[in-house]
Design a protein around this ligand. Sequence first.
Ligand SMILES: C=CC1=C(C)c2cc3[nH]c(cc4nc(cc5[nH]c(cc1n2)c(C)c5CCC(=O)O)C(CCC(=O)O)=C4C)c(C)c3C=C
Ligand SMILES: [Fe+2]
Ligand SMILES: [Fe+2]
Length: 347
Amino acid sequence: MTHHSRIVRPAFPGRSQAAGQVGVLLVNLGTPDSTRYGDVRRYLSEFLSDRRVIEVNPWLWQPLLQGVILTTRPFRSGAAYRRIWNEAADESPLRTYTRAQADRLRQALPPDGPRIDWAMRYGRPSIASKLEALQAAGCDRILVLPLYPQYSATTTATVNDAVFRALMRMRRQPAIRIAPSFPDHPLYIEGLARSIRATLAGLERPPQRLVASFHGLPRRYVKAGDPYPAECNRTMQALRRRLGLSAREFPVTFQSRFGREPWLEPYTDERVTALPERGIRRVAVITPGFLADCIETLDEIGHELREEFLAAGGEAFTLIPCLNDGQDAIDLLRALVEQELSGWLPA
Ligand SMILES: C=CC1=C(C)c2cc3[nH]c(cc4nc(cc5[nH]c(cc1n2)c(C)c5CCC(=O)O)C(CCC(=O)O)=C4C)c(C)c3C=C
Ligand SMILES: [Fe+2]
Ligand SMILES: [Fe+2]
């Protein structure tokens, strides 16, 4: 059965044409197909060849990347992916959660609502393949929703690049809308606050300090105009206000530094491992830069940082989960979709 939008009628009745349906494409970062060296290498090569991500002259960068970096890094990343892999589904948690978000969003919308699908910027399923599939299913208007709460050229803009690169090869293009970032959307802030409350309620002793860790970014990109840290601060200000905490009681930090140039500070590992010597031995870390748990949250924070914190004299380390495919995430996605589609579908 095809889904017909209630309001769109064919402009030329009698002539065969697409149903005029609306599609929604959720897009997240991407992930390797397996934890094997070759698959991790292929994924990292695609990711780290993106000139939005690595802003270095490719004549300098590519020999370094294809040489030493892609020879060594896939071993380390593969081991990290093995620690967090969803064995039951034989896929990474990011893929599991992104698919579940799409499935549950579809269930939350009326049956004659938009057609919901999902894609990955790097690896599979590709943005181009899903745009084509949506179009083949009759969607002549497609809303793209990058699943990054805060905008960055390294994440959001490169999703948009891939969308328009795919459109460059289409003779008949769908109309496209790109949903904006949502750093302080009330439903996002409410979901984060609830996730904190639910996690801390299960602890025997409350943490002495709550710390937020966002994915980092080279300082150079921010100087060139990337609004990412400003958007992280919008998330933090709204969340602190919601919880009644000051910046000292709930500090922001940045993780995942890569390479030698300065990144956004303070660095998560330095800040958190310095806490025990100041008498703060129980911490909880939240990662509001991610809508779904992934290698960055589950392994870098939940595994590596935890071990470093305990080695530095810490006693209890709690990782607060991302919204993942919980009801709060679905309510948020539904609100974002309905807000954007109101421009296309009159109420
Ligand atoms: C080296 C440069 C990188 C920049 C700049 C960067 C920005 C950035 N990334 C995310 C979100 C995610 N990154 C993830 C993994 C990941 N990121 C980098 C490098 C940069 N990211 C690497 C090399 C990797 C791969 C893993 C590893 O080898 O450590 C992921 C998780 C993917 C998964 O499968 O779980 C996410 C999500 C943001 C939000 C961001 C800037 C704002
Ligand atoms: Fe990253
Ligand atoms: Fe990382």
